[in-house]
Design a protein around this ligand. Structure first.
Ligand code: SF4
Ligand code: SF4
Length: 334
């Protein structure tokens, strides 16, 4: 029987998701034996023309990591969708917009100002030249893909069949997904291939969270000596565990929790949470310093809220493009 044809592609991301495939270690040989890799430009010498030549739906499963930020990424996402029976959104940037999605707090022009113009102290560019999509040079015309104003998740531009979450996805989840694809044993389309529980549900520190938690101060992990046994929230340190999907480790605590760092939310929300930031703000609102309605003290609450440095970046660190906020207001959304 012919081996299933599999493709991997990289859009706007740091490359960690490509590393996550290499992190299969010796299991990668097992995987390579079971599938026929027909496109993986990061690791092998494939060209876009190779994909264009393929018949529609010729690829059995295509793993796409990274958000969509440029014309090139948009074109490749659409091309690979057309050529693939199944598209798997791989990793937080593809799934949620990820860290590149934080750029949605700005627009293309302000990003170019910081990257290429006077706003960047290490750049000398008196003519304020910025990258153009077409430039004439003596040898002919040079082209660059257009840079979009808004970062999008993969499913905001093409239909996605399954999601493997995480920054980066845990190798065991990738391996499980490949075996499920091979065995044709997949859940309903649109499913996230990770447990539908919150990180708190699997966290060994959960028992140290008092039933009635009341915070009098918010602490930053970099400025305190966090107790390695105690729930971060009980120590006044923001941990996104209550609104984040479990699964970053096969068993036990989340990856960050095991090294005494609070969760930042890279696995996105479990199915019952629609907007991680909104839900986290609501969770915090119920534990910030006021036990009874009569004790409500606006000044105290404001002081506590002010201790959360960069709330939007904290609550939507990985998910701004798919959140209710989506981006700051802009004339041009593309
Ligand atoms: S808030 Fe964080 S530390 Fe506390 S139980 Fe949840 S995941 Fe664990
Ligand atoms: S603990 Fe949270 S931020 Fe860390 S890897 Fe797991 S889901 Fe991602």
């Amino acid at each position: 029987m012919a081996k299933p044809k599999v493709a991997f592609y990289w859009c706007a991301s740091c490359g960690g998701c490509e590393e996550a495939i290499i992190d299969l270690n010796e299991k990668i040989l097992e995987v390579a034996d079971l599938i026929n890799i027909v496109f993986w430009p990061c690791a092998m010498d494939f060209k876009y023309a190779d994909v264009r030549k393929m018949a529609d739906q010729e690829i059995d499963a295509c793993f796409i990591n990274g958000a969509i930020r440029t014309d090139e990424q948009l074109e490749m996402a659409k091309l690979l969708r057309k050529k693939s029976k199944m598209v798997i959104s791989f990793g937080a940037c593809s799934h949620l917009g990820g860290i590149p999605g934080l750029a949605n707090f700005y627009d293309k022009h302000s990003i170019f100002d910081v990257s290429y113009k006077a706003a960047c102290p290490s750049i000398e560019n008196p003519e304020n030249i910025v990258p153009e999509t077409k430039v004439k040079v003596p040898e002919g015309e040079l082209t660059l893909p257009a840079f979009h104003n808004t970062v999008k998740s993969l499913d905001q531009v093409v239909t996605v069949d399954y999601y493997i979450p995480g920054c980066s996805p845990a190798p065991y989840l990738t391996l499980e997904a490949i075996h499920k694809i091979l065995a044709n044993d997949l859940p309903a389309k649109g499913s996230v291939l990770a447990p539908d529980k919150s990180l708190c549900d699997v966290c060994s520190r959960n028992d140290t969270k008092p039933e009635k938690l009341m915070l009098d101060e918010i602490n930053r992990i970099s400025l305190v000596d966090a107790d390695p046994e105690k729930c971060f929230l009980a120590q006044g340190i923001i941990c996104m565990g209550p609104v984040t999907r479990a699964g970053c480790r096969k068993e036990g605590d989340g990856r960050c929790i095991t090294v005494n760092m609070p969760c930042r939310g890279c696995y996105g929300a479990p199915n019952n949470v629609k907007d991680v930031g909104g839900k986290m703000v609501s969770a915090l609102a119920s534990i910030l310093g006021v036990e009874n309605e009569e004790d409500y003290d606006e000044e105290k609450i404001t002081k506590l809220m002010d201790q959360i440095v960069d709330p939007a970046g904290t609550f939507y660190r990985f998910s701004l493009p798919v959140s209710m906020l989506h981006r700051t207001r802009s004339e041009k959304q593309i």
